[in-house]
Design a binder for this molecule. Structure first.
Ligand SMILES: [Zn+2]
Ligand SMILES: [Zn+2]
Length: 210
């Protein structure tokens, strides 16, 4: 199953222009089997999500919900995708606190675009080299802002940490949906399935889908 694990909509991410209804049609059109909504700090409320899930199912698409959490570690923005939580986490001070909380509630944490170059000069808009000190469950390899060098760093970190890698488009507009995605080897129907398969590492990142 090809799933784009990193998508923002205009409904809960002010920076995105994606309308949920268009998103579903488009996702099916670019060959995705599923996608995960990962709004900034917010989990879609179940009453809003349920009708969308039904709509998605009608066109053979799996709709999952996670969230993208920003931690401000020593003044630097570090982003993480979180799956398997039942509440919105907002933003947290430290990645350690985030990971402890999510693991305590049975979820998983994926480092989002850890080596995306910062727009504000040096460093990364992501966890960067600190990644090897964190008990994360997976790391995003394929992301539109990861160049060859970034990908090499992710691969090295994944090896050190012995964790699987994912792909996600981080789409804020429809055109990039599915550019990067993750292929899961077993069927996934729910967020629980997703968490279990990520923990077991039964997936591979995909680039340039289409
Ligand atoms: Zn991000
Ligand atoms: Zn994002």
């Amino acid at each position: 199953m090809k799933i784009d694990l990193h998508v923002h909509t205009r409904h809960y991410s002010g920076c995105s222009g994606i309308e949920a209804d268009e998103l579903l049609e488009h996702a099916a059109g670019v060959g995705l089997d599923g996608l995960a909504l990962t709004e900034h700090g917010i989990l879609w409320p179940e009453d809003k999500l349920a009708p969308l899930r039904e709509k998605a199912a009608e066109i053979g698409l799996l709709l999952l919900a996670g969230q993208e959490i920003t931690c401000l570690e020593r003044g630097r923005r570090q982003d993480f995708l979180v799956f398997g939580m039942t509440v919105s986490l907002g933003s947290l001070e430290s990645p350690l606190e985030l990971i402890e909380r999510v693991h305590g509630e049975g979820g998983v944490v994926v480092a989002a675009h850890p080596f995306k170059p910062s727009r504000l000069g040096a460093g990364y808009h992501g966890v960067g080299d600190d990644i090897v000190d964190l008990a994360i469950d997976a790391v995003e390899l394929f992301h539109p802002d990861h160049d060859r060098q970034a990908r090499a760093k992710v691969r090295a970190a994944a090896k050190i940490l012995n964790i699987p890698m994912t792909g996600g488009s981080d789409s804020h507009a429809l055109y990039s949906l599915g550019y990067c995605s993750t292929r899961f080897f077993n069927p996934i129907r729910t967020e629980d399935d997703l968490v279990r398969e990520i923990r077991a590492g039964r997936m591979e990142p995909l680039n340039g889908l289409k």
